[in-house]
Write a protein that binds this ligand. Structure first.
Ligand SMILES: Nc1nc2c(c(=O)[nH]1)N[C@H]1C(S)=C(S)[C@@H](COP(=O)(O)OP(=O)(O)OC[C@H]3O[C@@H](n4cnc5c(=O)[nH]c(N)nc54)[C@H](O)[C@@H]3O)O[C@H]1N2
Ligand SMILES: Nc1nc2c(c(=O)[nH]1)N[C@H]1C(S)=C(S)[C@@H](COP(=O)(O)OP(=O)(O)OC[C@H]3O[C@@H](n4cnc5c(=O)[nH]c(N)nc54)[C@H](O)[C@@H]3O)O[C@H]1N2
Ligand code: SF4
Ligand SMILES: [Mo]
Length: 895
C-alpha cells in the first residue's frame, strides 16, 4: 500500500518481519488473505516510514505456497498429511529413541533470528534444560556472532550501548561493511536527513562501492578483511594526537597500553595503514582526522565486519576507538551494531546460541546452577555446544542424529551448502518447522514438516538493533492447521514428559517467565534485565509499547544508553581492550582461484526469497541472479555483459548472469545470496562459499572465498510468461520470478527453435497460438491467446538481453488487455507505452526508462523526479539509484 493511502481505524500495530531496524507497521487485513500496510507513525524506529520490502508486505501473504497441515514422510519418500497428535507424538518418539540409543547430545536444534523471542525461549529451554543437549545454535551464527563475541570480550556483556537517536544527533557517521541504503533503508533515510538538516558527514568503508557510498563524504574501498588495520591505525592516531580520554580510561577501561602496543605492530603509521588496506594515504589521514576531531561520532557496522575470519577482532578494534575517546553511551556517539534479522537480538537475549545459556548468562558453574534452579531443569547442559558450522559437520559424521530446524533455510544459507544438504538427508530424525511447502532444506526430505504460523498470524515480541522490544501482533486467522512455533515446541516438550515446565497459556506467559529469569539473582550484575515485565498480565502484554532494555522492575520506561559512566559487566566494572591477531583473510588466492568471491544482498529481496519472491513489485528491481564484476576483469576473463559466467571455488560452483560494475574492485566478484534451487537453475551461491570460521565467534568468512570465473555460452536467451509453471528443456539456465498474473522465467538454452516450438505445442496445443519465426536470425516468438487474453508467451533470441521482456510482461499483467494485434505484440508494438525497464522505485512502480526520460526532459535532481513521477517519495530506498541515473545523464550530456 502507498504511504498516502488512508488508514483503516481497525489497523493492528505490529512490527516488520524483515530487517533489524524493527519498523512499526500498521496492518489491516483486506478480508481476502492479503493486507494493507503502512508505517506506524508512533513507532520510534521508523516514525511512519517503511522501505520497499516493508511496503510490499501485503503482497507476500498469499497461502498457495504455505504448508497448512503437518506432513510425515512415508516409506516411498512422499508425504502424508497427518493430524497434530500423530505429528507431535512422532517427533517426541523420534527424539526419545535417539536420546535412548545415543544420549541427549545426539540431539541438536538449529534456530533462527526470525523466530519470536517467546518461540526462541521455549526451544532453548527444552534443549538446554530438559533434553540436556547444549547443541542449540542459530542462523545468527552467520550473522551477528562476531559482534556478540567482541561485545562479550570487551564490555563483558553482549550490549549495544546506543540508540537510533544517536544517528540523528551525530556529526559523523561511519558505516563499515554495511550496505545501509539497501539493507537498513529506514535508518539510511534517518542518516540522510541528519546530513541534510544538520550537515553530518558520512564515511563508508567497503571494498565495493555500493548505493550507500553514493552520497558519502568519504569513501574508503579498502582491501577485504583489512578493517582491523584501519581501526588499529585510528587508535594509534588518537593516542599520538592527544585525543585519548585519560580520565575515562583510568576509571573504566583496562588494557589500553597493551592494546596500543599491539595496534602499533599492526598499523604503525598512516603510510603503513595505507599499504595494508590498499587505500590512498590521503584518504586514511582524512579519515583519522575527521574521526579524531568529531566528538559526536557513530560507527555502525554489519556483515562486512561480522562475516569474517577475524570478525571478532574487527568489532573489538571499533569498540576500542570509542572507549579510548569515551565516545560511548552519550547522545550522538557510540558503536552501533546494525543487526540483520528482525529478532537476532531477541535470540541473543534468550541465549539461543551454542555458547550462551539464557538471559545473557554464560556457561560458568554458577550460571549453569542458577538457570537450572530457576527452570527446575532435570538435565541441564553443562558446557557450550556446537556452533552452526561445527554442528553441520557433526550431522555429517553422525555424532548428531536428530535435528530440529526452525525458521531458517540452511541448505541455502550455510557455507558449503551442497555438503549441508547432503548431511541433512542422512539424519535419523529430521524435523522442520516451516511456513512454506517447498524450499531447498525441505528438499533434503525431513521426516516431519510442522506447519508454523507466519508473520501476520503469530504473536510475540522482537528486539531491534537498539535493544527495543516491540510486539508483533497477529491480524490474520491461523490458516488450515497451522500453529505458532512456541505451541509446537511446548507440545513436543509435554510429550517428552515435561508438562509442568511447558504448560504456558500463551506467549505472554512465556514472556513473563523470560523476564523473571532476566531479573533472577541479577541485582545489576547482568546487562539484560527486563524485570519490569516479570509480572506482565495478558492485557499489559497486548498493550506493550516499544521499549528499550534494560527494563528493570524500577525503570519500566526502559533505558536509552549504557556505559557513559562505565559500569561494564566484567566483574571489576572495567571494559577490557583486546590485543588483535595479525589481520589476514582465512584462505589465500592462488593461480587456480585468483579472485575473491564476495556475497551479500540486493535491495528488494529477503534472504532465500520465500516471501519477497512472491511479490512482482519486489521481483522487478533485480530480476535475476547476476555476478557483478569489474569491466577490466570481465575482459580479462572473457566475460560479456548480460551473458553468463561460471564461478568456481574449492567448494562448488554456480552459473550467474554477468553484470559489469566499476564499483566492484578488480580481483573480486560479488554475488547475491538470494537465489536457491527453487528460484534458479544454478545460482545457489552458498554451494561455492567456504566454511572457515572466526576463532572466537565461530562465524564463517562468507565474503572472501577464493574463486575463479569464466564464460558459459548459450546459443539463445529469452523469457517465458505463463499463468502456471512452464517446463523448460533440461540443461537450460533459468531464473523464476513473480510477475503480475502468473510466473515468469528468464532463461538461456542451447536448444533449437524447433525444440522450443515442440515444447510450446506440448504444453498449449495449437489453439490460439501465434508465432513469429526468424530461422535465419535464430529468433522465435510466440503468444498463446485465449478469448482475446494473453495466456502465455515465449520469446527467444540469439544474443544479449531478453528482448521485450518488460513490454510483454506489462500486457500479460493486465487482465483486461485485449490482444487485438497479435503480430504487433510479437513485434513488440502492442504495449501502450514504452518499455519501463527495470523497476527503480518499487513503491510506485517507476522504471529506469521513465526516470531517464524525465532527466532528459529537464529534471535536475532526485527531488524533481519525485515531483514529476512520484519515484522515491515513499520509502526512499531508490533515491541513491535515482541520483546515480541523474549523474550518468549529466555526464553523458557533458561529454
Ligand atoms: N534488502 C535486504 N535487506 C536486508 C536483508 C536482506 O536479505 N535483504 N537481510 C538482513 C540481514 S539478516 C542482514 S545480516 C543485513 C546485512 O546487511 P549488510 O551487512 O549491509 O549487507 P551485505 O550485503 O551482506 O554486506 C554488506 C557489505 O559488506 C561488504 N564487505 C565485504 N567484505 C568486506 C570487508 O572485508 N570489509 C568491509 N568493510 N566490508 C566488506 C560487502 O561488499 C557489502 O557491500 O541485512 C538485513 N537487511
Ligand atoms: N554466502 C553468504 N551466506 C549467507 C549470508 C551472506 O551474506 N553470504 N548471510 C547470512 C545471514 S546474515 C543470514 S541472517 C542467513 C539467512 O538465511 P536463512 O535464515 O536460511 O534465510 P531465510 O530465507 O530467511 O529462511 C527462513 C526460513 O524460515 C521460514 N520462516 C519464516 N518465518 C518463519 C516462522 O515464523 N516460523 C517458521 N517455523 N518458519 C519461518 C521461511 O519460510 C524460510 O524458509 O544467511 C546467511 N548466509
Ligand atoms: S527498514 Fe524496511 S525491511 Fe527493515 S524493518 Fe523497516 S520496513 Fe522492514
Ligand atoms: Mo543476517
Amino acid at each position: 500500500m502507498r504511504h498516502d493511502a488512508p488508514l483503516a481505524p481497525t489497523a493492528t500495530r505490529t512490527t516488520c518481519p524483515y530487517c533489524g531496524v524493527g519498523c512499526g507497521v500498521l496492518a489491516t487485513a483486506d478480508g481476502k488473505g492479503g493486507a494493507a500496510v503502512a508505517g506506524d507513525p508512533d513507532h520510534p524506529a521508523n516514525r511512519g516510514r517503511l522501505c520497499s520490502k516493508g511496503s510490499a508486505l501485503g503482497e507476500t501473504l498469499a497461502q498457495g505456497h504455505r504448508v497448512l497441515h503437518p506432513l510425515r514422510r512415508n516409506a516411498a519418500g512422499g508425504y502424508d498429511a497427518v493430524g497434530w497428535d500423530q505429528a507431535l507424538d512422532g517427533a517426541a518418539e523420534g527424539f526419545k529413541a535417539v536420546i535412548r540409543d545415543h544420549g541427549p547430545e545426539a540431539v541438536a536444534f538449529y534456530l533462527s533470528g526470525q523466530l519470536l523471542t517467546e518461540d526462541y525461549y521455549v526451544a532453548n529451554k527444552l534443549a538446554k534444560g530438559f533434553i540436556g543437549t547444549p547443541h542449540v545454535d542459530t542462523n545468527s551464527r552467520l550473522c551477528m556472532a562476531s559482534t556478540v563475541a567482541a561485545q562479550r570480550r570487551v564490555f563483558g556483556s553482549d550490549t549495544v550501548p546506543g540508540s537510533y537517536e544517536d544517528l540523528d544527533a551525530a556529526d559523523l557517521i561511519v558505516l563499515v561493511g554495511s550496505n545501509t541504503a539497501w539493507c537498513h533503508p529506514v535508518l539510511f533515510r534517518r542518516i540522510q536527513e541528519n546530513r541534510a538538516e544538520r550537515g553530518a558527514k558520512v564515511v563508508v568503508i567497503d571494498p565495493r562501492v555500493t548505493a550507500t557510498a553514493e552520497d558519502a563524504d568519504l569513501v574508503l574501498p579498502l582491501k577485504p578483511g583489512m578493517d582491523s588495520v584501519l581501526f588499529a591505525g585510528l587508535l594509534v592516531h588518537l593516542a599520538d594526537h592527544g585525543l585519548i580520554a585519560r580520565d575515562y580510561i583510568e576509571r573504566h577501561v583496562a588494557g589500553l597500553d597493551e592494546t596500543l602496543a599491539n595496534a602499533r605492530d599492526i598499523a604503525g603509521s598512516s603510510a603503513a595503514v595505507a599499504a595494508r588496506t590498499g587505500l590512498p594515504e590521503d584518504s586514511v589521514k582524512a579519515f583519522f582526522t575527521l574521526w579524531g576531531q568529531t566528538p559526536a561520532v557513530v560507527t555502525a557496522w554489519s556483515q562486512g565486519v561480522n562475516q569474517s575470519a577475524q570478525g571478532t577482532d574487527k568489532v573489538a578494534a571499533i569498540l576500542h576507538c570509542h572507549l579510548a575517546t569515551a565516545r560511548i553511551g552519550r547522545p550522538g556517539c557510540g558503536p552501533l551494531s546494525l543487526t540483520g534479522q528482525p529478532n537476532a537480538m531477541g535470540g541473543r537475549e534468550v541465549g539461543g546460541m551454542a555458547n550462551t545459556l539464557a538471559a545473557h548468562m554464560g556457561y560458568t558453574p554458577a550460571e549453569i546452577e542458577r538457570v537450572q534452579r530457576f527452570w527446575g531443569a532435570p538435565a541441564m547442559a553443562q558446557r557450550e555446544g556446537l556452533k552452526a558450522v561445527a554442528m553441520m559437520e557433526a550431522v555429517a559424521d553422525r555424532r548428531i542424529r536428530a535435528l530440529w530446524v526452525m525458521a531458517t533455510n540452511p541448505a541455502v544459507s550455510l557455507p558449503r551448502a551442497d555438503a549441508v544438504r547432503a548431511a541433512l538427508s542422512g539424519l535419523d530424525l529430521f524435523v522442520i518447522s516451516e511456513n512454506v511447502l517447498s524450499n531447498d532444506t525441505l528438499a533434503a526430505k525431513p521426516h516431519l514438516i510442522l506447519p508454523a504460523a507466519a508473520w501476520g498470524e503469530k504473536d510475540g515480541t522482537v528486539t531491534n538493533s537498539e535493544r527495543r522490544i516491540s510486539r508483533q501482533r497477529g491480524f490474520l486467522p491461523l490458516p488450515g492447521g497451522v500453529k505458532p512455533d512456541w505451541w509446537i515446541v511446548c507440545e513436543v516438550a509435554k510429550r517428552l514428559g515435561f508438562s509442568d515446565a511447558f504448560s504456558f497459556r500463551g506467549p505472554h506467559a512465556i514472556h513473563a517467565e523470560h523476564a523473571a529469569l532476566s531479573a533472577f539473582e541479577n541485582e545489576g550484575t547482568r546487562d539484560f534485565d527486563i524485570g519490569a515485565h516479570a509480572g506482565l498480565s495478558l492485557a499489559a502484554y497486548d498493550a506493550l509499547a516499544p521499549v528499550q532494555w534494560p527494563v528493570p522492575w524500577d525503570r519500566p520506561q526502559g533505558t536509552a544508553r549504557l556505559f557513559a559512566d562505565g559500569g561494564f559487566f566484567t566483574g571489576d566494572g572495567r571494559a577490557q581492550m583486546q590485543a588483535l591477531a595479525e589481520p589476514a583473510p582465512a584462505s589465500a588466492t592462488d593461480a587456480r582461484f585468483p579472485l575473491r568471491l564476495n556475497t551479500g544482498r540486493v535491495r528488494d529481496h529477503w534472504h532465500t526469497m520465500t516471501r519477497t519472491g512472491l511479490s512482482p513489485r519486489l521481483s522487478a528491481h533485480v530480476a535475476e541472479p547476476a555476478v557483478s564484476v569489474h569491466p577490466a576483469d570481465a575482459s580479462r576473463y572473457g566475460l560479456v555483459e548480460a551473458k553468463f559466467a561460471r564461478i568456481e571455488t574449492r567448494e562448488g560452483q554456480a552459473i550467474l548472469k554477468v553484470a559489469t560494475d566499476t564499483g566492484i574492485p578488480e580481483g573480486s566478484l560479488f554475488a547475491p545470496i538470494h537465489w536457491s534451487a527453487e528460484t534458479a537453475s544454478d545460482a545457489r551461491i552458498g554451494a561455492a562459499v567456504q566454511a572457515l570460521v572466526d576463532p572466537f565467534s565461530g562465524q564463517p568468512e562468507l565474503k572472501a572465498t577464493p574463486a575463479s570465473i569464466g564464460p558459459v555460452a548459450f546459443t539463445s536467451q529469452g523469457f517465458v510468461l505463463s499463468r502456471d509453471a512452464f517446463p523448460l528443456p533440461e540443461g537450460s539456465w533459468w531464473a523464476r520470478l513473480a510477475v503480475e498474473g502468473g510466473e515468469g522465467r528468464l532463461f538461456a538454452t542451447n536448444e533449437t527453435i524447433a525444440s522450443a516450438m515442440a515444447l510450446v505445442r506440448a504444453r498449449f496445443g495449437e489453439e490460439g497460438l501465434v508465432e513469429l519465426i526468424d530461422r535465419e536470425g535464430g529468433g522465435y516468438r510466440c503468444a498463446v491467446v485465449h478469448q482475446g487474453r494473453l495466456l502465455a508467451a515465449l520469446f527467444l533470441a540469439p544474443t544479449g538481453r531478453a528482448p521485450l521482456w518488460d513490454t510483454v510482461k506489462a500486457v500479460f499483467a493486465d487482465p483486461t488487455a485485449e490482444i487485438g494485434h497479435r503480430f504487433a505484440l510479437l513485434a513488440g508494438r502492442a504495449a501502450s507505452g514504452t518499455e519501463p525497464g527495470p523497476t527503480i522505485c518499487a513503491c510506485f512502480g517507476v522504471g529506469l526508462h521513465a526516470i531517464r526520460a524525465a532527466f532528459a526532459a529537464g529534471a535536475t535532481s532526485a527531488e524533481e523526479i519525485g515531483l514529476r513521477l512520484k519515484a522515491g517519495t515513499n520509502c526512499g530506498s531508490c533515491l541513491p539509484e535515482i541520483r546515480r541515473i541523474g549523474a550518468r545523464a549529466f555526464s553523458t550530456e557533458a561529454a
